[in-house]
Write a protein that binds this ligand. Sequence first.
Ligand code: TYR
Length: 513
Amino acid sequence: MTTPQPEPVIFGERPLTIESVVALSQRRARACLQNDDAYRARIARGAQFLDSLLDREGSIYGVTTGYGDSCVVSVPPHQVEALPRHLYTFHGCGLGRLLDEASTRAVLAARLQSLCQGVSGVRMELLERLQAFLDHDVLPLIPEEGSVGASGDLTPLSYVAATLSGEREVLYRGQRRSAAEVHAELGWTPLTLRPKEALALMNGTAVMTALACQAYGRADYLLRLATRITALNVVALAGNPEHFDERLFAAKPHPGQMQVAAWLRQDLAIDGPTPPLHRLQDRYSLRCAPHVLGVLADSLGLLRQFIETELNSANDNPLIDPDAGRVLHGGHFYGGHVAFAMDSLKNLIGNLADLLDRQFALLVDVRYNHGLPSNLSGAPAETAMINHGFKAVQIGASAWTAEALKNTLPASVFSRSTECHNQDKVSMGTIAARDALRSLELAEQVAAATLLAANQGVWLRQREEARSLPEPLAAMHEQLAADFPPVIEDRALEGELRLCLERIRAQHWRLYG
Ligand SMILES: N[C@@H](Cc1ccc(O)cc1)C(=O)O
């Protein structure tokens, strides 16, 4: 029996989804290029149009002129061929860590899809080579820092332009190698970029868009996981499930908020009034969980729209319209939508982490946990005084939450005028996207810690009262038990926290369909 291959992702005129970019970035799908005659002819027309324009020696920005503020400098015909190499060369000044492998694949994908729109004037050979990089997993080594996110991601994308030209370094089959050597090994001739091609490759938003695709998928899963953790905590804290009543939410009908409340009702198997056990009204971190998580749920649609529109757009400059014989000068490299999406996501994820950390604070404190042992320790009476259970894990969750909250400061408001005041208003979208990924990493840590604590809380509650758990929670509790046994005597939990994080990042648990 053969396992079915996932559908290839086709780069071309049809729009791509965030999920297809994520699948490619994890090598769960292959990259193909639209290949029909009409499409190939359309791409060829664009490149030919630029050549004919050059022959008629009109002034074309970035082809017969210097770049950016230097657009007033004209480049004589005998220097035109040398200009693209200069562009990626002087931008070879990125610093910081290197993008990881998945993000690098996503960058190649985002750049390819943008150039595939057919208005950037690049040759089919360039699109084919980008596709081949993805297909053979030839990954340019791209430093993360040095982009202001308008003029796109010039500096990080210079590493894509340079490696396509057989310069700088790539990761190939797990090894850092010179791009020239890898080209030779694959029998490829490095591209000599045509006059506008380096600009088309670099003058766009592919890095921030790629990172935004990764961030979106993680946020979507974290929303579901935080809802499941909340349900476990309602059981562990003997909370009042009536807070999630359907009629209540119909009266304030934000769709995402209603969805989170519906998931909680499903998890807690609420079909009628439940007598409050300890308090008529729980503290807000339980009672308002749908209101906190609902903002994220309701925002995902808008974030998707921003990210996918950017992904499927021509976001360089200048663009061409070969049919009308026009070169269109504009500013599509400005990544304001991605910047706003990622700055917003940082806020949403910071609030999610804070919600879970507040629930954790209730769990460990005997003043609020309705009869659970101090710090959720499962130790027997003889050793209870020397056991501290989840005390340090909760301190850790508070630290990770504080760091995620610190990260909520928007990057986009820090626009600075740069490049001799040509780029006098910029998006900072790449910084926002990198921040969002860091916030997600921290929030996933908070979720891992809170999940283990919630599960321990449920175990302790069951030990006291042995009530049957609603089906979805019983299944989760059982799955978790296999890897994360109850904490009876103190033990160092780092290994289990790391395993739990791995499970979260692999989206291990199927949550709500
Ligand atoms: N983004 C600029 C081009 C540019 C390229 C490289 C630079 O270093 C500066 C600016 C434009 O299209 O107007």
